[in-house]
Design a binder for this molecule. Structure first.
Ligand code: COA
Length: 297
């Protein structure tokens, strides 16, 4: 394996406190993936555990990057002290000179030094990560008829850019229980908050009685999609529908609904990207499951 060609480039790690370097990352991700992560600054900031690894040129352009952050998650009933990798990109003129391999090796070495027991990532290029021992996990959502309606309760819409709603969401995210025992994040507030901005169809409501924030969609009349529940205790699906005032016939849950008092049938989920894991002994789930898209990173 030849060394990366890093001539005329400057390596920087842990650079988020420098506003110009943050802007350079925002620009790299916008140019590469068409996503804008800048709203995070107004939503509590980047995950405080973030550790970015980047090569900058002399003009301050970020030409190659990969970031790691702590993402503890539940896997088959066990809480795993895991790291996640995200924001992996190399600008086209600098591709093919080993810069991505270089930041990948640096990020993996950092994860090992921090004693994370597993590493998780999403990618549409699994071949990039298989040489490092990552394996893909098949993902499944659950689909089925809606439960019998429960008595109506109150809920209100939440706007993450409203200061008091943001404070409420942050409090709920800090004190949440994993939405499933099979596969779910234990924390990761920054990812939840930025994901509310990426898809305009996602709606957020607060159920007063259950003290739960619900991320949901209704793509067609009668079809309810539950993306995530952020609460100290997960309310039953019937209570969620009653709180939202939704009369659904069909429900999809984008996580295993083992705490919802409802069961659907597992259906393979093709989200366009693969979830890959490294470090978990047997990369296999006890039950079909997926990570909520609100944890997507
Ligand atoms: C994927 C990407 C980061 C690779 O950048 P790069 O500068 O060409 O990477 P490197 O030169 O460091 O090559 C690293 C290794 O990945 C391999 N590789 C490059 N592109 C690949 C691809 N699309 N699929 C699989 N492997 C790939 C290279 O052959 C090389 O293998 P080696 O270590 O055995 O020599 C870059 O093309 C990119 O930014 N693409 C768009 C964004 C993206 O897809 N990011 C990754 C998302 S998780």
């Amino acid at each position: 394996m030849s060394a990366a060609d890093t001539s005329d480039l400057i390596f920087r790690q842990d650079y988020f406190s420098d506003p110009a370097a943050w802007e350079a990352l925002v620009s790299l991700l916008d140019d590469t993936f068409g996503i804008d992560i800048d709203p995070l600054r107004k939503l509590g900031g980047a995950d405080p555990t973030s550790m970015p690894f980047g090569w900058f040129n002399e003009e301050g352009i970020l030409v190659a990057n990969l970031s790691a952050f702590a993402m503890p998650f539940v896997f088959n009933g066990r809480l795993i002290n895991a790291a996640a990798l995200q924001s992996g990109a190399v600008r086209p003129p600098w591709r093919g000179r080993g810069l991505y391999r270089d930041v990948t090796c640096k990020a993996l070495a950092w994860c090992e030094a921090q004693s994370f027991e597993a590493i998780i990532l999403y990618t549409d290029k699994p071949g990039l990560y298989e040489p490092y021992g990552f394996r893909s996990l098949p993902l499944h959502k659950y689909a089925g008829p809606a439960p019998a309606p429960a008595s109506p309760t109150a809920s209100r819409a939440l706007q993450p850019h409203n200061a008091s709603d943001l404070a409420l969401l942050q409090d709920l995210l800090r004190n949440r229980t994993p939405v499933s025992e099979t596969l779910a994040v234990a924390s990761s507030p920054a990812m939840f908050l930025i994901n509310t901005q990426f898809d305009r169809d996602i709606r957020l409501n607060y159920l007063e009685e259950s003290k739960a924030a619900i991320a949901w969609k209704v793509p067609a009349s009668g079809h309810f999609i539950l993306l995530d529940v952020v609460a100290p205790e997960i309310p039953p699906l019937a209570a969620i529908l009653a709180g939202l005032g939704i009369q659904a016939t069909a429900v999809d849950t984008l996580f295993r609904p083992d705490k919802l008092g409802w069961s659907g049938a597992a259906v393979a989920y093709e989200g366009g990207t693969r979830l890959m894991l490294r470090g978990v002994e047997a990369v296999g789930l006890d039950h079909p499951a997926m990570l909520s898209p609100m944890a997507d990173f």
